[in-house]
Design a protein around this ligand. Structure first.
Ligand code: SIN
Ligand code: MN
Length: 274
């Protein structure tokens, strides 16, 4: 249960950092599973960042019984998302951001709702939580946000490389108005962010990988009015605090998914090209 002060912070800043939401053992299990998960690797794909690099990510729509699902379904996360969105939520999708040492690409300035608006969502009633698998620093391309920029509402997006980039005229004005925050995180920290907050991240030229698991939630009352590449309302079955430790390193190789978002099914780019 988030406190009133935490809710207020999220509402005014557009993000909320929860330090040590997961302990060393839990995040260690996630890292171990992810690093050795050939299926996660095989399903990953790149999106050119328009700066000569490519971001790599794997995306799936429904949380299963593997270790990623235990994080996405954990009551610690889901109840916080419910507090932030003011009611029942469901899992919209999860993704692993695979920002590898030296070669990890950049994410251009965008709002998540800049992408998701096109997927039949009438209201911006979504939140994402980024969970640091590795230590995230300025040097290895941590997430950056413009604090308070979610209050701008959705801005237009256009294609930049293979990514949806927010209208730079507005971003440049926003940069004068809202503080730029580098969200440095320790493994196990979790940060919720509003679907309309402007965010980006730099390429990773450091020696250290920066992987993050991002789980996204939509309010149940905001079910998309048409089918899209991400999940429509599906009741979310929460799991308790011991679930991650008892999932014993089960990655996708042990329990695969049939609902991967692939380069072919990723409609983000197509929509912006048309
Ligand atoms: C994203 O916007 O989905 C990823 C940003 C990041 O973690 O660098
Ligand atoms: Mn994003």
């Amino acid at each position: 249960m988030l406190t009133k002060a935490q809710l207020k912070t999220y509402q005014s800043d557009g993000y909320l950092l929860l330090k040590n939401l997961f302990d060393k053992e839990e995040i260690g299990l996630l890292k171990e599973a992810a690093m050795h998960d050939r299926e996660l690797d095989r399903r990953s794909y790149g999106r050119a960042d328009g700066e000569g690099g490519t971001v790599r990510l794997s995306i799936w729509n429904h949380p299963g019984n593997n270790i990623y699902g235990m994080f996405a379904r954990s009551a610690r996360i889901v109840e916080a998302a419910e507090d932030l969105l003011g009611g029942e939520v469901y899992h919209y999708h999860s993704k692993m951001i695979l920002k590898d040492a030296k070669v990890g690409g950049a994410w251009t300035w965008h709002q998540d709702y800049g992408y998701w608006y096109n997927f039949g969502l009438l209201q911006p009633l979504l939140t994402s939580v980024t969970i640091a698998v590795d230590k995230a620093t300025k040097e290895n391309g941590c997430l950056q946000v413009l604090k308070g920029s979610h209050t701008m509402g959705r801005v237009d997006h256009a294609l930049k490389g293979d990514q949806a980039g927010a209208d730079m005229e507005r971003v440049n004005e926003a940069l004068k108005k809202f503080p730029l925050v580098y969200c440095e995180m320790e493994p196990g920290d979790a940060m919720f962010f509003d679907c309309n907050i402007l965010h980006r991240s730099d390429q990773n030229r450091s020696e250290n990988a920066r992987w993050s698991l991002i789980c996204c939630y939509n309010a149940a009352r905001n079910n998309p009015y048409k089918e899209s590449q991400h999940a429509s309302y599906t009741p979310l079955v929460k799991v308790g605090d011991d679930a991650i430790k008892s999932s014993a390193l089960k990655g996708f190789e042990k329990e695969s998914q049939s609902d991967w978002v692939s380069p072919e099914s990723d409609k983000t780019i197509e929509k912006l090209k048309s």
